[in-house]
Design a protein. Structure first.
Length: 111
């Protein structure tokens, strides 16, 4: 990961890092070969920096972590899911602006 605030979520650590988290978690489902995913990466990194200590931000490489991708029905990438209390709070498909993602994280945190 290019940013210290962006975590790498995997099939093996997803439950501990995301589902059991006491903070809201933004998860970016992506793949190396996906150009829109690459274009979204700086946006995800900016959100991660803004929410450091207030929420978690991480990425799931769907090619290497198929179980998590299948569990959450990822059929198009990039897909971003915001989790709160182990539940899906919001789901976005496609490129989104930083402001949209930040607002969704703030909304999830306030619930």
């Amino acid at each position: 990961m290019a940013n210290a605030h962006v975590k790498e979520f995997t099939d093996s650590n997803f439950d501990a890092e995301v589902i059991a988290s006491d903070q809201p978690v933004l998860v970016d489902f992506w793949a190396e070969w996906c150009m829109p995913c690459r274009n979204l990466a700086p946006v995800v990194e900016a959100v991660a920096e803004e929410f450091a200590g207030k929420g978690k931000v991480g990425k799931v490489d769907i090619d290497n972590n198929r179980a998590v991708a299948m569990k959450y029905g990822i059929t198009a990438i990039p897909t971003i899911i915001i989790f709160k209390g182990g539940q899906v709070a919001k789901k976005f498909v496609g490129f989104k602006k930083k402001e949209e993602l930040a607002a969704a994280l703030i909304e999830a945190a306030s619930k």
